[in-house]
Design a protein around this ligand. Structure first.
Ligand code: RP5
Length: 164
């Protein structure tokens, strides 16, 4: 039986995938299914609206949206759905992602986007944050997530042994 897809990873351009793949890698590591799609707020606005309006009825529970520059995708998707939207500011060529960060984080009151940090760490954390949301109602996932954090902690503590 196929696992129900509850997480969507969308991005403004194929060029964002190198960053957004870090979110997908996290979900792959946990064996959690997701869909991935290029949806641009500016280049494909109708597709963006259709995606956002249909996401809940298609069974999606969390949306991870990455974009760079004038990064309106996470905010506009959040405007058209009541699902939680996690925004990832992709590092832009011109301004190193500060433009992406400010475009995503400065939402008006009433339409929240959970904004991660710029770039790959932000994408990784978006994957982890999506898992934490799903784990609220999935005890097996919650247990596996807790183990991941414990292993991470152990690895960091042990890394002191490798210092010259
Ligand atoms: C944004 O413009 C995308 O999210 C991307 O980060 C940026 C540049 O897009 P490309 O010109 O590489 O397609 O919409």
């Amino acid at each position: 039986m196929f696992e129900k897809v509850k997480i969507a990873i969308i991005m403004g351009s194929k060029s964002d995938w190198a960053t957004m793949k870090r979110a997908a890698d996290v979900l792959d590591m946990f064996g959690v299914a997701y869909e991935k799609k290029v949806v641009s707020a500016h280049r494909t606005p109708d597709l963006m609206f259709t995606f956002a309006e249909s996401a809940r009825e298609r069974g999606i529970e969390v949306i991870i949206a990455g974009a760079g520059g004038a990064a309106h995708l996470p905010g506009m998707v959040a405007a058209k759905t009541t699902l939680p939207v996690i925004g990832v500011p992709v590092k832009s060529r011109a301004l190193n992602g500060l433009d992406s960060l400010l475009s995503i984080v400065q939402m008006p009151g009433g339409v929240p986007v959970a904004t991660m940090s710029i770039g790959e760490s932000g994408a990784q954390n978006a994957g982890l944050y999506a898992l934490q949301i799903l784990a609220i109602s999935d005890s097996d996932l919650a247990e596996r997530y807790a183990k991941f954090r414990a292993n991470q902690e152990k690895a960091v503590i042990e890394s002191s042994d490798d210092l010259d």
